[in-house]
Design a protein around this ligand. Structure first.
Ligand code: IPM
Ligand code: MG
Length: 358
C-alpha cells in the first residue's frame, strides 16, 4: 500500500512536534506494510518570510494531491502586526476552506495517569472521553461582509455569523453518526435565545433526530455549555457546534485533560485530503528549546491513520504506545507535577517510538 502525506510544520513549536511525530508516523506505517511518500511545504509565518504569502499556491497544490496533511501550528508575535489577509492564521484558514474541511473532530480524552494534571478535581475528570465536533469552514470565521470601515466619523469593525441549511445539516449528520458509534448522546450547542442563525441551527439539527433513533439529542446554550464543561464534563459524549463556539469550547475541553499539549484533531472533508493538527498553538515562548509536548501531534497522526489512511490498527498501536509511555511516568514539562523530572520534545517522541516498535 502506498499513501501520500504532506508535512506542514509551520511556526514555533510546530517544527519540533511535527519532526517527532513524523518518526512515529513512519514507524507505524512500516509496521502496517504501508509505504508513505512524505513531502513538506510552507505555511503560516515561515511561508510569509519565504514567499510573502501565508498559503503559497505550491502548498495548496501539494495539499490537494495527498491523502493527508500533518500540520504543526501557525502564528507568532513576529507576524502579529500584519494586516488580517496576510497573517499566518490566514494560511490555516485558507487551507481549511480550500480543502473543504468542514468537520473538525477534537476528542478530549483523559488518560488516567494524567488525572492529577487537570485543573479540575480528579474525580470530575477521571475517564473523561468527550468529542467536540466543530464546524470549520463557515460561521463567523468566513461570513461576509467583514471588515473595518469609517461610519459617522468613527471606525466600526464587523463580521457576519452566517450558516446555511446545508452547512448545518452536514455537520449535524457527522455529529449524529459519530454519537451513534460512541455512547449515543449528542449535544448541539448554540445561542438560540439570542441569535436567529442559532434558531435555524437548532431547527435543522432537531429535524434530523428521527433519522438517528439510537442517538439521544439535547441542546444547550453556549454560555451554559462552557459552565457545564467545567462543572460536570462527564455529562457529555459528543458536542456539535459552530466554528467560533467550537474554537472556544475545545480549548476548555483540552484543559480538562491536563494540558493543551495532549489534544489532537482531525479536519475532514466530504471526500479528499484530511488535515491533522494538534489543538495547541505555536507556543513562541518555548519554541526552539525542545520543551514542547509532541503527544498531541503524535495522537493526531493516530487520527490520520484512522480517518484518512484506513489503517485503524496503526492508530490503535499509536494510542497504546502513548498510553504506555504515560503509564511509565514519562512527562513533558507541561504535564509534569511540580518537582517531578520531565523530558524534552525529542526524548518524548523517542519514548513513544521505542514503545511502538517493541
Ligand atoms: C484553532 C486555532 C485557530 C482557529 C487559529 C490559529 C486560526 O485557534 O485551530 O483552534 O481559531 O481555528
Ligand atoms: Mg483555537
Amino acid at each position: 500500500m502506498q499513501k501520500k502525506v504532506l508535512l506542514l510544520p509551520g511556526d514555533g513549536i510546530g517544527q519540533e512536534v511535527v519532526a517527532a511525530a513524523t518518526e512515529v508516523m513512519q514507524a507505524a506505517a512500516q509496521q502496517s506494510g504501508c509505504n508513505l511518500e512524505i513531502s513538506e511545504a510552507l505555511i503560516g509565518g515561515s511561508a510569509i518570510d519565504a514567499t510573502g504569502e501565508p498559503l503559497p499556491s505550491a502548498t495548496l497544490a501539494a495539499a490537494e494531491q495527498v491523502d493527508a496533511v500533518l500540520l504543526g501550528g501557525v502564528g507568532g508575535p513576529k507576524w502579529d502586526d500584519l494586516p488580517t489577509h496576510l497573517r499566518p492564521e490566514k494560511g490555516l484558514l485558507g487551507l481549511r476552506q480550500r480543502l473543504g474541511l468542514f468537520a473538525n473532530l477534537r476528542p478530549a480524552l483523559l488518560s488516567a495517569p494524567l488525572a492529577s494534571a487537570s485543573s479540575l478535581k480528579a474525580e470530575l475528570v477521571a475517564d473523561l472521553d468527550i468529542l467536540i465536533i466543530r464546524e470549520l469552514t463557515g460561521g463567523i470565521y468566513f461570513g461576509e461582509p467583514r471588515g473595518v470601515e469609517v461610519r459617522d466619523n468613527e471606525r466600526v469593525g464587523f463580521n457576519t455569523l452566517v450558516y446555511s441549511e446545508h452547512e448545518i445539516e452536514r455537520i449535524a449528520r457527522v455529529g449524529f453518526e459519530l454519537a451513534a458509534k460512541r455512547n449515543g448522546k449528542l449535544c448541539s450547542v448554540d445561542k438560540a435565545n439570542v441569535l436567529e442563525v442559532s434558531q435555524l441551527w437548532r431547527e435543522k439539527v432537531t429535524a434530523l433526530a428521527p433519522e438517528y433513533p439510537s442517538v439521544e439529542l439535547s441542546h444547550m446554550y453556549v454560555d451554559n455549555a462552557a459552565m457545564q464543561l467545567v462543572r460536570a464534563p462527564k455529562q457529555f459524549d459528543v458536542i456539535v457546534t459552530g466554528n467560533m463556539f467550537g474554537d472556544i469550547l475545545s480549548d476548555v475541553a483540552a484543559m480538562l485533560t491536563g494540558s493543551l499539549g495532549m489534544l489532537p484533531s482531525a479536519s475532514l472533508a466530504a471526500s479528499g485530503t484530511g488535515l491533522y493538527e494538534p489543538v495547541h498553538g505555536t507556543a513562541p515562548d518555548i519554541a526552539g528549546q525542545d520543551l514542547a509536548n509532541p503527544l498531541a501531534t503524535i495522537l493526531s497522526v493516530g487520527m490520520m491513520f484512522r480517518y484518512s489512511l484506513d489503517l485503524p490498527e496503526a492508530a490503535d498501536r499509536i494510542d497504546n504506545a502513548v498510553a504506555k509511555v504515560l503509564e511509565q511516568g514519562h512527562r513533558t514539562a507541561d504535564i509534569a507535577a511540580a518537582g517531578v523530572d520531565s523530558v524534552g520534545c525529542q526524548a518524548m517522541g523517542k519514548l513513544v517510538l521505542e514503545q511502538l516498535v517493541n
